[in-house]
Design a protein around this ligand. Structure first.
Ligand SMILES: NC(=O)C1=CN([C@@H]2O[C@H](COP(=O)(O)OP(=O)(O)OC[C@H]3O[C@@H](n4cnc5c(N)ncnc54)[C@H](O)[C@@H]3O)[C@@H](O)[C@H]2O)[C@@H](O)CC1
Ligand SMILES: [K+]
Length: 461
């Protein structure tokens, strides 16, 4: 996993003091890293349009123009005149070299957006919106310098943002690049080296970006094993029984040795899935909440009171009963609307889904601060998992998963790993990664996947 930072100004300042690297030097390294990336990947192309604003993001762009002008046909466009001392200096340097500064936008093979970086602190004016709209309309390779212009420092897009194919971000990964709202704009994200090794540039953080290598699949190492070695998951199937059945099928394919569904109705299940009406004696994990529908509160309270590891989803996030159990180490997997209900029930805040989506990290942090033992998995385009005020982001999800039943598969996967004795946080992380990485492997198209296809892909991971 890689660290994420809510702000990097303090990291830049630390570089000036700790490593004696001036702002000028950091900027030179930032632009060199971008120039290297562009030269290594696009030397076969000819023209580059670099669009610069008045701050240091613009100064990065002016510096880049100087570094690339011998290799490409560089067109430098200044959307407004430089305001910071360093950007004035960078402009002097390119003027002295006689670089062309163009006074209108025109298409180019590559566009580099250096309008606004981390300094965007007010809504875009009409001019900026027009520039971004024009750039977005070009059929070019689109590269954002540091952050696509229009995304603010908490990852919100108020009106419009540059639609990058690649974002080359300076020094370290910023949290703002990983919100759901930023997902359609950032493209591939690359970190530019600022002349300091990344591990020296970075300090401690409570937020992490998950990588595929963080997924620990439940491979079996023992030779002397039997089905009981790999746990026994109990899935509580409610009145909307499809959800529990989907979860059960996913769970069985993800390694739990035994699986029983608890249901009062007679369900037509595959023969390897057992059915009973009470919790199994050797149960090692419970998955509940999905499709619960109408239920007996006392029975659910009894189940919640057991010490067996649990994953809880869906309907239970609308019942204040859940608040009695938030001091336990259980896994909760709400989608945004369910999380809003949970935040309200546990008296953190009363917000709607729009407010939550605008500030996902903030509300997950607040929840985790109040309930540090809970493993929370907030569903979304970029899943956020938290425990103990540490946040982990999974960005591998894609629209292929935006379907009824996907969440039930996830509950089954988490339940399966819990049954196999994964720690709750590890179960949530590995299951979430398996869920999203498997969905990426579905190759037919991005709209037709159904839960059984997803389960098939997960079984092939
Ligand atoms: N500080 C450093 O040492 C380094 C900074 N770097 C670059 O510097 C950038 C940050 O520079 P700045 O802090 O100057 O900020 P920006 O370059 O992002 O822009 C800030 C400027 O735009 C104005 N502005 C903000 N929002 C506006 C809006 N909506 N409409 C019109 N004008 C608006 C501000 O008043 C300010 O003049 C980073 O994103 C990065 O690209 C890099 O060169 C790496 C080193
Ligand atoms: K930018």
């Amino acid at each position: 996993m890689q660290k994420l930072f809510d702000e990097v100004n303090s990291l830049d300042k630390r570089c000036y003091e700790k490593f004696f690297l001036s702002e000028d030097l950091l900027m030179e390294h930032a632009a060199s890293s971008m120039a290297l990336y562009i030269s290594e990947n696009y030397l076969h192309l000819n023209s580059i349009l670099i669009v610069c604003g008045s701050g240091n993001n613009g100064a990065d762009g002016i510096t880049l123009a100087r570094l690339l002008h011998t290799k490409f046909n560089v067109k430098l466009f200044l959307a407004s005149s430089p305001k910071s001392p360093i950007s004035e200096l960078q402009l002097k340097r390119v003027e002295a070299l006689g670089l062309e500064i163009v006074d209108a936008l025109s298409p180019a093979d590559i566009i580099v957006d250096c309008l606004f970086g981390t300094g965007l602190n007010k809504p875009l004016n009409e001019d900026s919106i027009n520039i971004i709209n024009t750039l977005n309309s070009y059929d070019s390779i689109k590269i954002a310098c540091d952050i696509p212009s229009g995304i603010n420092n908490i990852g919100q897009v108020e009106s419009i943002a540059f639609e990058a194919d690649i974002t080359i971000t300076m020094g370290a990964l910023k949290t703002s690049l990983f919100t759901d709202l930023a997902k359609d704009y950032v493209g591939e994200i690359i970190v530019a080296n600022l002349g300091v090794q990344r591990n020296l540039y970075e300090v401690e953080s409570n937020k992490y970006l998950l990588e595929a290598s963080d997924m620990k699949l439940p491979f079996r190492n023992k030779k002397n094993a039997h089905k009981g070695t790999y746990g026994h998951l109990n899935v509580i199937v409610g009145s909307k029984r499809g959800a529990g059945i989907i979860a059960s099928k996913a769970a069985f394919g993800f390694g739990t040795g035994l699986l029983s569904v608890i249901s009062k109705e007679d369900l037509d299940l595959p023969y390897h899935i057992m059915q009973t009406d009470t919790i199994s004696e050797n149960c090692t994990a419970i998955a509940m909440g999905m499709g619960l529908g109408k239920y007996d509160k006392e029975e659910i309270r009894k189940l919640l009171n057991t010490d067996i590891p649990k994953i809880i989803d869906a309907d239970l996030f609308y019942d204040e009963l859940i608040c009695e159990f938030l001091d336990k180490e259980i896994v909760l997997t709400p989608h945004p609307k369910e999380f809003c209900s949970l935040l309200k029930l546990c008296k953190i805040t009363d917000i709607d889904v729009i407010e939550l989506q605008n500030n996902r990290f903030k509300y997950v942090e607040e929840f985790s601060k109040k309930y540090p033992k809970i493993v929370l998995l907030l569903k979304g385009a970029n899943v956020i998992i938290s425990q103990n005020e540490k946040l982990y982001v999974n960005t591998f999800g894609s629209a292929v998963l935006s379907k009824g039943g996907s969440g039930d598969v996830l509950s089954g996967l988490i339940g399966s790993l819990l049954a196999q004795k994964y720690k709750p946080l590890d179960a949530a992380i590995s299951a979430s990664l398996a869920h999203t990485l498997a969905a990426r492997k579905y190759s037919k198209n991005n709209y037709s996947m159904i839960p059984s296809d997803l389960v098939e892909e997960i079984r092939r991971l």
